[in-house]
Design a protein around this ligand. Structure first.
Ligand SMILES: Nc1ncnc2c1ncn2[C@@H]1O[C@H](COP(=O)(O)OP(=O)(O)OP(=O)(O)O)[C@@H](O)[C@H]1O
Length: 370
């Protein structure tokens, strides 16, 4: 049981004129969760956040925070705080003044504010830095100060709109750990918006994958990655290889799929689609690059794939093999580098093997853009 305040979206619709930005979203966010909305640019993530923060009234449906309907309640009256990508600290105010700005507005004394700032600076792992100006901090440190400033107002729910996207890659990766740690320390609900699946997977308790205004799948990172509900989720989250075809036979929770170019292959039907797929259905099978292993040349069967190698690359931790794939897309295979010798296969046919549990079948559907 978490003590945090939960957020529910119930049959939420948001329209701008004729354009539907959010279509019938139903989401339960548990109190104390780090919850991410993950989807490509323009899919409606920010629009959902604006509806939760109160800057936008839903066209239909409800936003509940802590079980209370937020209809008609303005942003200032909601127990939320919002952090943007461009966090805009006040440049001429010291760090501690920035952090406790919300207390100053309420008339708190400088002593109270200093004390609270020190607590929050400890929380964001910047002890003793309150006397600096924002310009004297690094980008990541400024980001943490912005988080402390938002937390100072003691929100029940912190809303974060791509807060790391202005940072360089190394810092962004470092800040993932920091953010997660801060969230666990304060124990409040974080709602995080991102188009970066690495961020969503590493930080979140649960993720909603969004496509064009629709919530495609909700689950924890492992479920979304290992057991996608749709072709979009399978192709948007992480690298994946697609095999198109038709279901030839359903065998319990597995199916035999007659693929367009790799023969008949067996895979697990994803959990969300169990009992829903039948013989003759158009389907897609997905296998991750890391789920393949090299097999003896010419081995055949319902879990072997043979194709011609276009090119190979050495990535340090893995050897990547790019092969002729399905529908004009290359098939990518990653073999971990464990110091073994590795022949160049360019121009040759090679055979790959996978375990059925690592291949997943979903109904044919739209793939995420590259
Ligand atoms: N005030 C508005 N009026 C008209 N259309 C809008 C308005 N706000 C957003 N939209 C449209 O709604 C869609 C969703 O926008 P939104 O900002 O929520 O996307 P997003 O997923 O957050 O994208 P990004 O990652 O690029 O920020 C977009 O097509 C956008 O053009």
């Amino acid at each position: 049981m978490s003590a945090g305040v939960g957020v529910d979206l119930e049959n939420l619709w948001i329209r701008f004129g004729d354009f539907v930005a959010v279509r019938d979203a139903n989401v339960t966010i548990n109190g104390g969760d780090f919850f991410s909305f993950l989807g490509p640019s323009g899919c409606g993530k920010t629009t959902i956040l604006r509806a939760v923060s109160g800057f936008l009234e839903p066209s239909d449906g409800r936003v509940l925070i802590g079980g209370s309907n937020m209809k008609g309640i303005g942003p200032n009256k909601r127990p939320t705080a919002l952090i943007f990508q461009n966090l805009a600290l006040f440049p001429l105010m010291k760090v501690w003044e920035n952090i406790t700005f919300s207390m100053e507005i309420k008339g708190a004394s400088a002593r109270e504010r200093r004390k609270r700032a020190d607590e929050l600076l400890d929380m964001i792992a910047l002890p003793g830095q309150g006397g600096k100006l924002p310009s004297e901090l690094s980008g990541g440190q400024r980001q943490r100060v912005a988080i402390a400033r938002a937390l100072c107002a003691e929100p029940d729910v912190l809303l974060l709109d791509e807060p790391l996207s202005a940072l360089d890659l190394k810092l962004r990766q470092h800040m993932r750990t920091e953010l997660r740690e801060i969230q666990q320390r304060v124990g409040i609900t974080f709602i995080y918006i991102t188009h970066d699946q690495g961020e969503a997977l590493t930080m979140s308790d649960n993720i909603a994958v969004m496509k064009a205004g629709v919530i495609d799948q909700i689950g924890d990172g492992k479920t979304i990655y290992n057991d996608p509900a749709t072709a979009f989720a399978a192709s948007f989250v992480g690298e994946n290889n697609v095999f198109r075809g038709r279901i030839k036979r359903v065998m319990g929770d597995e199916a035999l799929i007659a693929t367009n170019r790799s023969g008949e292959l067996v895979a697990r039907i994803s959990s969300a689609n169990q009992g829903r797929m039948k013989e003759g259905d158009e389907a897609m099978m997905f296998i991750r690059p890391e789920a393949f292993a090299l097999a003896p040349q010419g081995a055949s069967g319902d879990h072997f794939v043979t194709a011609r190698v276009n090119h190979e690359e050495f990535e340090g931790n893995a050897f990547n093999i790019f092969m002729e794939g399905d529908g004009g897309k290359e098939l990518k295979v990653s073999i971990p580098n464990l110091g073994q010798s590795f022949d160049d296969h360019t121009g040759q046919n090679i055979t790959l093997e996978y375990e059925t549990k690592n291949a997943v079948i979903v109904p044919a559907g739209e793939l995420a853009a590259e």
